[in-house]
Design a binder for this molecule. Structure first.
Ligand SMILES: Cc1ncc(COP(=O)(O)O)c(C=O)c1O
Length: 470
C-alpha cells in the first residue's frame, strides 16, 4: 500500500505494504535516505502528526526517530524538530562485485549471528572440561574424535534429530568441508566414480567432490526437493542431499522421495550423504528428522556446529555406516587432518550440561523473530516480491520482479556496502535453471542494530535495478 505523508507537512511517497508497523516505517525512512528521496537537512514531520497519518501509536514513531537519531541517520534538537542528518550520502560509482569488493554488511545465505555466541557458557564448559580431563586427553587423540564427545553426540543426535547413532559410528571432523572431502575420498578408494548433487548448492562442496576424483551429475529440483527418480539411469554411486531444508531453495525433500532415495541406496549399494546443516532450526512446528534413520547402513549423516554455535568452533560430526568407517579414518589420516581435542571436550561438556539445548532454544526464538521481521519489512518495502523457503534455517529466497537481473541487484547492493547473492550463483554449471530469479537472503548474520539498514539496502538495490531495466 502506498502512503504519502503530505498531511504531516512532508510530501514523501512511501510503500508501506499491508502492514504499518513501526519497523516498516523505520526501514522505509532509511531506504528513502539511502536513495536520496529524503535529502540531508530534510525536516521530518513531528512524530505526533506522522503517527496520526499512518495510524501508528505516537510512542512507536518517537522510538523509530530515537533509533534513527542514535544511528546517525537523523538529528534532532528539542524545539527544532527532527531532520535528516547531513552525513554525506556518497553517490557510488558502479563496480562489479568481485573478490576485492569491500562489504560492511553481509546477507548471504545461512550465515549465523556471530554476536550470539554464548561466550560465558562456552568459557564455563571449557573450564569444566579442563578441570575434568584425564592426562591422556592432552596427547594424540583417537582419530575418530574424543570418546566423551562421541558419546554426547550419539545421545544428542538420537534425541534431537532422530539419528540412529552409537558412539562408535560417530566421527568428529573440522567442518562439513572435511567430512565431504574424507567421505568422497573413501568412496573413490572403494571404486565410486560418480555422485549426484542437487542442481542448486554450494560450489565449494561440488569442488571438494571433484577434487577427490568424482564426476558430478546435477539432480533437478522441484517442489518436492531433488528428483531422485533417475539415480539408476544416471549411474551414480552416491548422492549428496540437504533433505531437511534444501540449500539454498529451502524446500524439504518430500516423504515419498526420502523413501525412494533410501530404496535406491539399498538396492544398489549406493551411499546417501545427508547434509543436515541447519536441521536444528525449524520454525513451522514440523520437525523433520534425519533421513539417516531410514537406512543407517546406507547413509552418512552430517551435522555441524557452524550454525548452532559458530564457524570458529570448527567442529562437525558424521554418523557413518560401520563398513565405511575404517576407510574413512584411513583417508582422514592421509589428508593429515585432526581436530582440537580441547574444543571437543568443551562441546561435550556443553551438550551434557544441557547448555547446547538451551542455547538452541534461545537461538530458535531469536531467529524466528528475525524471520518474522524480515517478512514484515520486505512486505512493506518490496510488495509483491514473494519470500519463500523460510520454514527452517537461516535464509530464504526473495523473488525478484520480472525482468530484473540478479547480477544487477548484487551490484547495486555492493555499491551500498551490502553483500547479497542471487540464487543462480548456486546452480551447477551447465544445468538448466529451475528456480525463478531470486536473492538468497540470510537473516542470521547482521548484528541486530544493523539488520534494518541491511534490509533497506536490499529494497533499494532491487528498486534501483528495476528502474535501470526500464
Ligand atoms: C549447505 C551447507 N552445508 C554445510 C554447511 C556447513 O559447513 P561447515 O561445517 O564447513 O561450516 C553449510 C554452511 O554454511 C551449508 O550452507
Amino acid at each position: 500500500m502506498s502512503e504519502s505523508w503530505a498531511n504531516s507537512g512532508l510530501d514523501l511517497h512511501l510503500d508501506l505494504g499491508r502492514t504499518r508497523r513501526a519497523a516498516t516505517v523505520e526501514a522505509a525512512i532509511r531506504a528513502a535516505i539511502l536513495d536520496g528521496r529524503l535529502a540531508p537537512g530534510s525536516r521530518l514531520p513531528p512524530s505526533r502528526s506522522l503517527a496520526a497519518d499512518l495510524g501508528i501509536a505516537r510512542n512507536s514513531i518517537a522510538d523509530v526517530y530515537g533509533r534513527l537519531v542514535a544511528e546517525g541517520w537523523l538529528e534532532s534538537r528539542v524545539g527544532s524538530g527532527t531532520w535528516v542528518s547531513d552525513r554525506r550520502v556518497v553517490a557510488p560509482e558502479r563496480t562489479p562485485v568481485g573478490t576485492d569488493t569491500a562489504f560492511s554488511l553481509d546477507l548471504r545465505g545461512g550465515l549465523p549471528d556471530a554476536s550470539g555466541f554464548p561466550r560465558s557458557e562456552w568459557a564455563a564448559a571449557t573450564r569444566r572440561a579442563l578441570a575434568r580431563a584425564a592426562v591422556s586427553s592432552f596427547g594424540y587423540g583417537d582419530p575418530a574424535g574424543h570418546g566423551a564427545l562421541l558419546s554426547s553426540l550419539a545421545t544428542y543426535l538420537g534425541r534431537a534429530r532422530g539419528v540412529w547413532a552409537e558412539p562408535d559410528r560417530v566421527v568428529v571432523m573440522h567442518g562439513f568441508g572435511e567430512i565431504l572431502a574424507v567421505v568422497s575420498r573413501a568412496l573413490v578408494a572403494r571404486g565410486a566414480r560418480r555422485v549426484g548433487v542437487e542442481a542448486y548448492g554450494h560450489e565449494r562442496h561440488r569442488r571438494i567432490l571433484m577434487a577427490a576424483g568424482l564426476d558430478i551429475v546435477a539432480l533437478s529440483l522441484d517442489a518436492e526437493g531433488a528428483d531422485v527418480s533417475r539415480l539408476d539411469e544416471l549411474g551414480v554411486d552416491a548422492v549428496l542431499l540437504t533433505p531437511a531444508h534444501q540449500f539454498p531453495t529451502g524446500v524439504p525433500l518430500s516423504p515419498a522421495r526420502r523413501v525412494e532415495v533410501v530404496r535406491w541406496a539399498e538396492r544398489t549399494n549406493g551411499l546417501v550423504i545427508e547434509d543436515d546443516y541447519d536441521g536444528e532450526f525449524r520454525f513451522d512446528g514440523r520437525t523433520i528428522g534425519a533421513l539417516q534413520a531410514l537406512a543407517p547402513e546406507r547413509v552418512v549423516y552430517a551435522g555441524t556446529a557452524s550454525k548452532s554455535l559458530a564457524p570458529a568452533v570448527g567442529l562437525a560430526w558424521a554418523v557413518v555406516p560401520p563398513d565405511l568407517r575404517p576407510c574413512l579414518l584411513e583417508q582422514r589420516l592421509l589428508l593429515g587432518s585432526s581436530v582440537d581435542s580441547l574444543a571437543q571436550l568443551s562441546l561435550a561438556e556443553f551438550i551434557d550440561g544441557n547448555q547446547y539445548d538451551r542455547h538452541l532454544r534461545a537461538l530458535r526464538s531469536m531467529y524466528r523473530e528475525r524471520r518474522r521481521h524480515l517478512e514484515e519489512v520486505l512486505d512493506g518495502l518490496l510488495p509483491g516480491c514473494a519470500v519463500t523457503g523460510m520454514a527452517a534455517g537461516l535464509h530464504c529466497l526473495v523473488e525478484l520482479p520480472p525482468g530484473v537481473d540478479e547480477a544487477d541487484v548484487e551490484a547495486e547492493a555492493a555499491e551500498r556496502g551490502l553483500r547479497v547473492e542471487g540464487v543462480s550463483r548456486y546452480l551447477v554449471e551447465g544445468a538448466p535453471p529451475s528456480v525463478v530469479r531470486a536473492l538468497v537472503l540470510g537473516f542470521g548474520a547482521p548484528p541486530p542494530h544493523r539488520y534494518d539498514e541491511a534490509l533497506a539496502i536490499v529494497a533499494e538495490a532491487v528498486r534501483s535495478a528495476t528502474r535501470s531495466r526500464r
